[in-house]
Design a protein around this ligand. Sequence first.
Ligand SMILES: [Zn+2]
Length: 284
Amino acid sequence: MSEGPDGMFILARLPGVAAAKRDRSGGGSRAGPGGWDAEGVSEQQLSIRFDPQLWLFLPPRRRRAEARPAPWDGTSSLGHVVQSLGVPLTETGTLTVDGRPALPSQRPPAGATVDVPAVRRPQALPLSPPRFLLDVHLGSLARRLRLVGVSARYSNDADDPDLVDLANEEGRILLTQDHGLLKRRNLHLGAYVRGSRPDDQLADVLERFAPPLAPWTRCTACDGPLVPVDKAEIAQQLRPGTRRTYDTFARCSSCGRPYWHGAHTRHLEAVVDAAARVSARSTG
Ligand SMILES: [Zn+2]
């Protein structure tokens, strides 16, 4: 594999070789022992301080309470600089430059100190109640949100551009643990979900957005609203044991699935109780 035309191909893709090629074709020349400066642009710096709540997005060397120098090309916007260091703008509060509030689209003056706070909790939203769209890895969280009555759309085969389009079209907040997805320029509303256990993820979403809860009102399978239904109407869908034991039923108005409060709901009741406690804390 390392000989002949294939070997040449691989060699040409090595970073050092590609850079040397660019240098020749661009007509630039070596600027000296410190590196090259073919465009005549020297690197400037900003000082950036991140709230500790945002450190999980940063490499370990940047996880410091004091402002740290960051390279800056002199033209990029604040938002670009923050995201290129690793922190999605969906996770930040109001940025400040030398103590004054600044928009992500602004260009900071050279040498400025930029402060990046975490988003406030509960987060103010342009829509109420908040509705969500979850990425393919968050199916368990989607079912828990539905259980407590929060609208959570989920599909296990949507790709990233589809997710962004769907969230924007339906005015939903895209929930994900994919940093790159949150950095997409055209995404209107998104949030990083903290925690690896679905119960922790649910607490995180409830703390951040404080949605109103309405347990046992949504289909956990499809997000459709549940409506009360007479036992006689769904008797055919029930196993004989269920038909004998229970009298109060609901049905999903979207997919038709029957629901009743049974012995197997003890675990779900624990999830609902925990959610209610988190919600009471978040809404003060
Ligand atoms: Zn349903």
